[in-house]
Design a protein around this ligand. Structure first.
Ligand code: 6PG
Length: 248
């Protein structure tokens, strides 16, 4: 099915009863996708609150014991430029919800560096990605990530790609330093995957839950290109797992 942004194909949308249903659907999808591969399986993780239930579920025996953790490699779609033990850290959230409970080799976990300036952290993460991929340029026939999980902000951002950000125009870097418009309009430094890096995904799976996402979801599905989430592409499918509250 050709990917159109005049409306995400309905075949790529799954509506679940609630946030727990979204997490279970995503966990089953990830297990299935990993089982379909034989070599390394690269999973890029989303930050925020929605995926926490998913990460906790992946750490339960029901799903943990189905995953080939010895060949799974974990990356992040974005990170807040705070220490990895900071309450706002996406890495900390993932470590507490999942990593501490998995038999995954430490070398298979690739956090975004935040023990330096945002620019240096982005450059180091970009280098990690290119070294992992084994080439300096993305190959249209070979994805950087097998699956990329993304969230949807109420302003239409995803990862740390915010509306109007110059980072949206990045065509060479795979990771970039950027800023998020803070609640008090004090920008919070972030590091994010760029659109070309996200586009080098076998599948992108957006997770969205709650009535607060209903309005922005409509605009994204209608293809409003002012919204970074509407500009996301994948090599294969861009899929959505949402709950009834977000679906409206
Ligand atoms: C982050 C995320 C961000 C998130 C959305 C949705 O670091 O905050 O990467 O893009 O996915 O803001 O967040 P919620 O899941 O908390 O609604």
């Amino acid at each position: 099915m050709t990917q159109t942004y005049d409306g995400t194909p309905r075949a790529n949308r799954t509506v679940l009863a609630d946030a727990a249903g979204v997490a279970r659907h995503a966990a089953a999808f990830i297990v299935d996708e990993a089982a379909r591969t034989s070599g390394r399986f690269a999973l890029s993780l989303s930050g925020g609150s929605t995926p926490r239930l998913l990460y906790e579920l992946l750490a339960t025996p029901e799903f943990r014991d189905q995953m080939p953790w010895e060949r799974v490699h974990l990356f992040w779609g974005d990170e807040r430029c705070v220490p990895h033990d900071h309450a706002d850290s996406n890495y900390r959230m993932t470590r507490e919800a999942m990593l501490d409970h998995l038999p995954i080799p430490p070398d298979n976990v690739h956090p975004i560096p935040t023990d330096t300036t945002p620019e240096d952290g982005a450059a180091r993460y970009d280098r990690t990605l290119r070294t992992w991929y084994g080439r300096e340029n993305l190959d249209a026939a070979r994805p950087l990530f097998d699956v990329t999980l993304l969230g949807l902000g109420e302003d239409g951002h995803t990862a740390s790609l915010f509306p109007g950000s110059p980072t949206l125009g990045e065509t060479f870097a795979w990771a970039s330093a950027t800023d998020s418009p803070g609640a008090t309009n004090v920008a919070q430094p972030r590091i994010t995957l760029t659109l070309p890096a996200i586009a080098s995904s076998g599948t992108v799976l957006f997770l969205a839950a709650g009535a607060g996402k209903r309005a922005i979801l409509r605009r994204v599905w209608q293809g409003d290109h002012d919204l970074p989430s509407a500009r996301v592409r994948a090599m294969g499918r861009t899929m959505w797992a949402i709950d009834q509250a977000a679906a409206g």
